[in-house]
Design a protein. Structure first.
Length: 409
């Protein structure tokens, strides 16, 4: 039965059970004896369902149960017959009404068992199947079931593919589950690594991911990029995962390769923009010097590993003053900077622009906040025209920056 025929069968807004029943009577598929059997069975099923979801003694519960049993039978008939009314009528003829209801319930239980999200955690917090049936047995639009089924089946394929690709990268299944990894992120990581020629596939931490992108940039210009888009070998990928792999590859080509290729995007920003789309294993961020040196070369060159707030505020002030960027100042250099601020204006936005361009992306928000707080407090001292000897300004800077005191003789 074609999808078109299935859609035609749904044009009638009545429950599919009712449509199939009337069709069976018109075509003499259902006898009067069968109709009598359905009439006898249906009340029993309604009472059972009312008791399962509430109370068999309350009239509103009985009415709701009637809707549930009709929906369950309709769901089973529609999905099993694929909209073929002759097949649906014969199912009514050859099966008890209660068994058809149980068939619909079975379809919903199977739907519940499929993953709602394409995540690799050990246990998905789904809730109770009874609560799921309570909601779904009242849904009257068959498209809702079909959409949910297609979505969850796709999730199941992505999860299976992620475990397979993870195995190819040497990532233990337990690690993927422990991290509750996003299935498509794992697949995307493996596909990108293969596209960029990383034959020794393995789990990537943030440093390894940055190195992969940095190394790839000169390789994907012009014709080389077009070659990446067409030359990936899918033959080694299991057949059931090839459509997913092809879709992910095309998504990488359209979304990620242009960014990787764009040399105007700093490596730190590139990693920040892409890393949530890929599976990046845990990385100890307490010591970020190696990562900072890789993705923020200008930052590493000027900070020389000094990342305490006093050193950084000194650096930002140097940039604002247009003087040689350093993490410490002599009193003389600090005094010259203050004089320049008072004569030519204080422009903290210069440091803001430098931070956004050169600082490691993960640190930028905190750095900008620290700088904003400093600027707000500093102007009362740096721009105080009554402080002719600069003593107040220097005391303030000494408390917030690294000021080298002249050696005592």
């Amino acid at each position: 039965m074609s999808e078109k025929t299935f859609d035609i069968a749904l044009a009638d807004q009545r429950p599919f059970f009712e449509i199939a029943l009337q069709h069976g009577v018109r075509r003499a598929i259902l006898t009067s004896a069968k109709l009598a059997a359905i009439e006898a069975e249906a009340p029993k099923g309604i009472v059972q369902i009312a008791e399962a979801f509430g109370s068999k003694y309350l009239r509103p519960e009985i009415e709701t149960a009637r809707k549930r049993i009709v929906n369950l039978v309709s769901l089973y008939l529609l999905e099993t017959s694929q909209g073929d009314l002759d097949v649906a009528a014969k199912l009514l003829r050859d099966n008890t009404f209660l068994s058809l209801s149980r068939g619909g319930s079975g379809l919903l239980k199977a739907l519940f068992a499929l993953p709602e999200y394409a995540m690799l955690g050990k246990i998905e917090a789904k809730g109770r199947v009874e609560d799921f049936l309570d909601v779904w047995s009242l849904k009257e639009k068959p498209a809702e079931y079909r959409n949910a089924l297609a979505h969850r089946q796709a999730n199941a394929v992505e999860i299976a593919a992620a475990f397979w690709f993870g195995e190819q990268m040497g990532i233990p299944r337990a690690e993927l589950q422990e991290d509750d990894a996003d299935a498509q992120a794992v697949v995307r990581t493996a596909i990108l690594a293969q596209m960029l020629g990383q034959t020794d596939m393995h789990a990537l931490n943030q440093i390894a991911f940055a190195k992969l992108l940095d190394t790839a940039r000169p390789k994907i210009k012009g014709g080389k990029r077009r070659k990446l888009e067409t030359d990936m070998d899918m033959s080694a990928i299991p057949t059931q995962f090839q459509a997913l792999a092809t879709r992910v590859q095309q998504e990488i080509v359209q979304h990620d390769l242009p960014k990787i290729q764009d040399a105007a995007i700093p490596l730190a920003k590139l990693v920040h923009e892409l890393k949530d789309r890929y599976f990046i294993s845990d990385h100890d961020m307490e010591d970020t010097s190696e990562y900072d040196a890789l993705v923020s070369k200008e930052w590493s060159k000027l900070t020389k590993g000094r990342v305490d707030i006093d050193s950084l505020i000194t650096l930002f002030l140097c940039i604002t003053a247009g003087s040689a960027p350093k993490t410490s100042w002599s009193e003389r250099a600090a005094k010259i900077a203050v004089k320049k601020f008072r004569n030519e204006g204080f422009h903290p936005e210069l440091a803001v622009a430098w931070i956004k361009q050169h600082a490691p992306h993960e640190k930028q928000e905190g750095l900008l906040e620290d700088w904003e707080n400093f600027v707000e407090e500093s102007q009362a001292y740096l721009l105080d025209d009554w402080d002719h000897a600069y003593s107040g300004a220097l005391r303030f800077l000494d408390a917030h920056c690294h000021i080298e005191k002249p050696a005592k003789k």
